[in-house]
Design a protein around this ligand. Structure first.
Ligand code: HAM
Length: 422
């Protein structure tokens, strides 16, 4: 049998692939307008970067990483997320010694060995932003607003913003202890009990309904915040409200990565079933130190491109598309004979240089086959170039909507087409 793409992966093919491009474009545009510069980091990093940055006890690090030794014996991991690599790059190049905050956006593929299902893939794509070097609730609010603007620009209406805070170095330990005390009183299965010891907050994220029911009385982080965290969170909330960004307080929102502190959030969509998170992020003030850097606060998010496309499809936001998946063709060349093919090749380049979208029949097709190609392309005009036309230095311009055909001198055809199309 021929090869298939590996389990948990899929191919983006035209015309649907155009949707992924549109999502990347729309969700990055607000960030670019807010001064975020583009960063590209390698697809793989030292394994230790993720082990320390994302956290040994997370599912991502303990179960889902694509890790291997390279031929030089280094342990390498395909990136499961983009934040730790961005912080690594900022520290490596000393970007934090310049103007602060350092604002960066990225777009790329990530790899997690997860249980594959609709909306959850082993290879998926994110667009993300990170702002480093400022501890300021306005920056948290800006970051969240930029994501909300991205979804709105795509026309999505079913996205809900869930908002929480996870406290800080000062108040989190007391909360953690209170939660652990509560969990110790429950009769938990062995893996869950172990998780309660290592990373009790993750237990709150357990999806099993019977456990969720027993967790109803669990202490909430929002009842254990220090004064500074309380004030910070109130400020973020009021800034969002002032901008008309709707949110739902979710004191049980815990994220799957260990680096978060204070503000955390997720964007969920109601049309996606269990894989409902279309984006998520938060503040990660300790991450730089976790990977050996100086104290450097940061906040950011990543939007899942694949799931955002699914959400848009669930809302029926895509209209009719060009079947080839590119920009719809406007002009289609029908060359008849060798010499005409060469001339058409040059003519198409001129037409495209003038800003029109043009394609042509390849493979030496006859008039009938080539005209079928013209129809299929969806082009408005076919340019028919035969030997007689060449001798007359002219081309037949056929309007495919009316079947009306006119002869136009080759020297004027670009001008004439531009006039008819724009
Ligand atoms: P995350 O919540 O792990 O956060 O991922 C962000 C988004 O990526 C998710 O909301 C989801 O849309 C998408 N995603 C994650 N895993 C998969 C998967 N297996 N298949 C399809 N889509 C997926 C982060 O990655 C953090 N680095 C975000 C961040 C940036 N925090 C601060 N700055």
């Amino acid at each position: 049998m021929a090869f298939q793409s590996p389990k948990g992966t899929f191919d983006w093919l035209p015309p649907r692939s155009e949707r992924a491009l549109r999502v990347r474009e729309a969700v990055s545009a607000p960030a670019r307008r807010a001064g975020y510069g583009y960063i590209e980091t390698p697809t793989f990093e030292d394994t230790a970067l993720f082990a320390r940055g994302v956290g040994e006890s997370t599912d991502i690090v303990s179960k889902e990483m694509y890790t291997f030794d390279d031929k030089g014996g280094r342990s390498i991991t395909l990136r499961p997320e983009g934040t730790a690599p961005v912080v690594r790059a900022v520290l490596q190049h000393g970007l934090h010694n310049g103007r602060l905050p350092v604002k960066l956006w990225y777009s790329g593929n990530n790899f997690r060995y997860e249980r594959a299902q609709r909306g959850r893939y082993r290879h998926f794509s994110q667009v993300g932003i990170e702002a480093l070097g400022a501890d300021d609730p306005v920056l948290d609010a800006e970051v969240i607003l930029l994501a909300a603007e991205g979804y709105a620009a795509l026309g999505l209406t079913g996205v809900t913003l869930l908002l929480n805070t996870l406290g800080c170095k000062e108040c989190r330990p007391a909360y953690r202890a209170a939660l652990q005390g509560f969990l110790a009183g429950l009769d938990l299965d062995e893996p869950t009990r172990r998780r309660a010891e290592i990373n009790p907050l993750r237990v709150l994220d357990d999806r099993r309904p019977e456990l969720q029911a027993r967790l109803a009385a669990a202490p909430l982080v929002t009842d254990h915040l220090c004064e500074a965290c309380k004030a910070y969170h109130e400020e973020v909330r009021s800034l969002l409200s002032a901008m008309g960004v709707a949110y739902t307080d979710d004191p049980r929102l815990v994220r799957g990565l260990d680096y978060y502190m204070r503000t955390t959030f997720e964007f969920v969509h109601d049309g996606l079933g269990s894989q409902s998170a279309v984006g998520g992020g938060g503040r990660y003030d300790g991450l730089s130190e976790m990977i050996g850097g100086p104290p450097l606060p940061g906040v950011g998010w990543a939007i899942g491109v694949d799931r955002t496309v699914l959400a848009m499809e669930a809302e029926g936001l895509f209209g009719e598309e060009d079947p080839a998946g590119g920009v719809p063709v406007q002009v289609y060349g029908v060359p008849l004979g060798e010499e005409a093919r060469r001339r058409m090749f040059r003519l198409l380049a001129e037409i495209r240089a003038a800003g029109l979208v043009a394609d042509m029949a390849f493979g030496g097709k006859g008039l009938k086959g080539a005209m079928k190609g013209a129809d299929r392309s969806g082009a408005r005009f076919a340019l028919i170039l035969g030997e007689r036309d060449l001798a007359a230095q002219a081309v037949q311009v056929k309007d495919l909507t009316t079947a009306e055909q006119t002869e136009v001198p080759l020297a004027q055809v670009v001008h004439v087409l531009k006039g008819k199309i724009q």
